[in-house]
Design a protein around this ligand. Structure first.
Ligand code: PGA
Length: 328
């Protein structure tokens, strides 16, 4: 389960991207040309990671925020916090940051400690006349292997159909990439008690025709639209939906797939509520919007899992045992 040690940021290419973009024409494409060699290793690490699944996933969705200098100071701070944390370094969480398209390469150049850059949106076509989009292939070229698919804001803005979402999910899986598929109910659906119906429809359409073997490479995020940027769903509501999603996956595919697929929650996750929500049975982590824009808050959320507390207590117990031995 070794996704952590991403080599993405170690390539020569990315190191160059890290530099503040020059204002002249010389910020060249050539300078950003990706090194292709390390891809296989990263893929292997991702497969191991997803196969084992005794870990948590934390995706910071930056939406349309953060300019270059903000990104730089963010990682100065965030990298220091992660580096200092000897507990976290022993865990196999997947931590990802999803910046804007223009922020992807600076982020890829600055992430350390296994943190992964994540695309917020990719087009399923390899290339072509799609003004305003970036293709999965352009992202993959830089060893960026994760992409959010079907965030409710993106679905609405680009008027994406469930068929469009299905095409992106399929394309990413066929290219050894990992879709972070967002599904969620609208306020109207929630109020008219149609949440389950809406989620079932989205799962059926978004994951249509996908081989069961590949489904576990999809990270599913339940993001009630009414909770995003407002007030989180309650622990009970989240528990009900996480269980419902797993049951639906089991009915669509099989129990092994339902067990192995990561299911996250997103929608106003904050430092204050993270620990309680993370106790939800079967929940594998979060997509965090607002609170991921602050490195301290994002870090606080990451370390609020029970697993973190458990590793901490194991380490402490070992230290005490060692100290006691010395005294004897
Ligand atoms: P929020 O956003 O945490 O700011 O509610 C979550 C999301 O939109 O993914």
């Amino acid at each position: 389960m070794a996704i952590k040690k991403s080599k993405t940021n170690k390539t020569k290419k990315v190191a160059k991207v890290e530099a503040k973009p020059a204002k002249t024409e010389k910020t060249t494409v050539v300078q950003n040309k990706p090194a292709k060699k390390k891809r296989a290793t990263i893929k292997e690490e991702i497969k191991d990671y997803l196969a084992e699944r005794n870990n948590k996933v934390f995706i910071g969705n930056w939406k349309m925020n953060m300019k270059f200098d903000d990104i730089k100071s963010y990682f100065d701070h965030f990298n220091t916090l992660l580096k200092k944390d000897k507990i976290l370094s022993q865990m196999n969480n997947l931590i990802g940051i999803a910046p804007t398209a223009i922020g992807l390469l600076p982020v890829a150049g600055m992430v350390k400690n296994g943190v992964m850059p994540v695309a917020q949106f990719v087009h399923h076509a390899k290339q072509g006349s799609y003004t305003g989009c970036i293709s999965y292939d352009q992202v993959h070229e830089y060893n960026i292997n994760y992409a959010i698919v079907g965030h409710s804001e993106t679905r609405k803005m680009f008027k994406l159909t469930e068929n469009d979402i299905n095409l992106v999910v399929k394309t990413l899986l066929e290219n050894d990439m990992h879709p972070i598929l967002c599904i969620g109910d609208t306020l109207e659906e929630y109020e008219s008690k149609e949440t389950e119906k809406s989620i079932t429809r989205q799962l059926l359409n978004d994951l249509k025709g996908i081989h069961p073997e590949l489904v576990k490479n999809v990270i599913i995020a339940y993001e009630p639209i009414w909770a995003i940027g407002r007030k989180a769903a309650t622990v009970e509501q989240i528990q009900r939906m996480i269980t419902f999603i797993r049951t639906t996956i089991e009915e669509m595919f099989d129990s092994k797939t339902a067990k192995e697929t990561h299911v996250l929650y997103g929608g106003s996750v904050k430092v204050e509520n993270a620990m309680d929500i993370l106790k939800v049975k079967g929940l594998d982590g979060f997509i965090i919007g607002g609170d991921s824009l602050n490195p301290e808050s994002f870090y606080e959320i990451i370390i609020s899992s029970q697993e973190y507390a458990r590793v901490n207590s194991i380490i402490n117990a070992k230290k005490i045992a060692k100290a006691n031995k010395k005294i004897e």
